[in-house]
Design a protein around this ligand. Structure first.
Ligand code: C2E
Ligand code: CA
Ligand code: CA
Ligand code: CA
Length: 279
């Protein structure tokens, strides 16, 4: 029996141990990463299709890991959400993005709106409004230059809470956006009750937009609906000129994607803010 037990140990436990250990290590490193200032914020430009100018950017977090190198959000955000560490990480991103935007304005660059992502865990924090207000006043940033993005799936988790929270943010003068739109089955009734400035069409609908009839039908319906509700549209994941032309022809307002630029460091982003930049 002892022998058998040992075999079983060999067969199953080392692997499980490995995984559990890896996770625990990662969680500890995630905790330390904040103190060690290993996180940084990248910016991805948003282009206005009417003027051909960059009118904003989305802030996207990165982790410069001491051993593993440059990590993208998919490699640590899920664990950060499970452990609640997304809250302090999210606070860091909010402050970094607001301070950066204030710097750009103090340097005399064109006023732009920076969007910051809020995951469901962050959105449900009781003191969120207080935190955001505090950040804006401390930094001295005009609230109109901050946009908060919440995903459609977190917006529908508790519709009454979403309506209440977004209305409070709107009173402050912050821009509000629903991210990954089209993937979360929200109702027209709910959309109509939310004080939204923007909807971001999920990139899965943009990928085949120039050829796939279903994607075209969905995107056309989203654009018509939003414009009727007075909401602007951003298409994300735009990678080709043909996609851009299609979207412009169909009255989409803004695009974001590798065609314009991948997410980049703040210093690199500044070139998009020069007066002579034009696509
Ligand atoms: P998201 O909010 O939907 O962000 C857009 C993602 O699409 C980004 O991935 C961006 O790099 C990527 N992307 C941009 N243009 C293109 C394109 O043309 N083609 C394709 N295929 N992809 C494109 P990223 O930076 O890896 O972020 C992934 C997700 O991680 C984000 O999805 C967001 O949900 C989450 N995330 C990133 N930063 C933060 C943050 O500061 N806070 C929170 N709560 N979540 C974040
Ligand atoms: Ca987003
Ligand atoms: Ca998105
Ligand atoms: Ca997405």
């Amino acid at each position: 029996a002892k022998q058998e037990g040992r075999n079983q140990y060999r067969l199953y436990t080392p692997k499980m141990n490995d995984k559990a250990l890896q996770r625990l290590t990662m969680e500890n490193e995630l905790r330390k990463a904040l103190e060690r200032e290993e996180f940084l914020v990248y910016y991805q430009p948003k282009l206005d299709l009417c003027s051909g100018k960059v009118i904003g950017a989305e802030a996207l977090v990165r982790w410069q890991h001491p051993r593993l190198g440059f990590l993208s959000p998919s490699e640590f955000i899920p664990l950060a959400e499970e452990t609640g560490l997304i809250k302090p990480i999210g606070d860091f991103v909010l402050w970094a993005a607001c301070k950066q935007n204030k710097d750009w304005q103090d340097k005399g660059l064109k006023g732009i709106c920076i969007s910051v992502n809020l995951s469901a865990v962050q959105f449900q924090q009781k003191n969120l409004l207080q935190k955001v207000t505090h950040c804006l006043t401390e930094v001295g940033l005009n609230p109109a230059y901050l946009e908060l993005e919440i995903t459609e799936s977190s917006a529908i988790q508790n519709p009454q809470m979403t309506i209440k929270t977004l209305k409070e943010f709107k009173k402050l003068g912050i821009q509000l956006s629903i991210d990954d739109f089209g993937t979360g089955y929200s109702s027209l009734g709910l959309l109509n009750q939310l004080p939204l400035d923007t909807l971001k069409i999920d990139k899965s609908f943009i990928r085949d937009i120039t050829s796939d009839k279903d994607s075209q039908a969905i995107v056309s319906a989203i654009i018509a609906m939003s414009h009727n509700l007075g909401i602007k549209l951003v298409a994300e994941g735009v990678e080709t000129k043909d996609q851009m032309f299609y979207l412009k022809e169909h009255h989409c307002d803004q695009i974001q994607g590798y065609l314009i630029s991948p997410p980049i460091a703040a210093e690199q982003f500044e070139k998009f803010l020069q007066p002579d930049y034009h696509i």
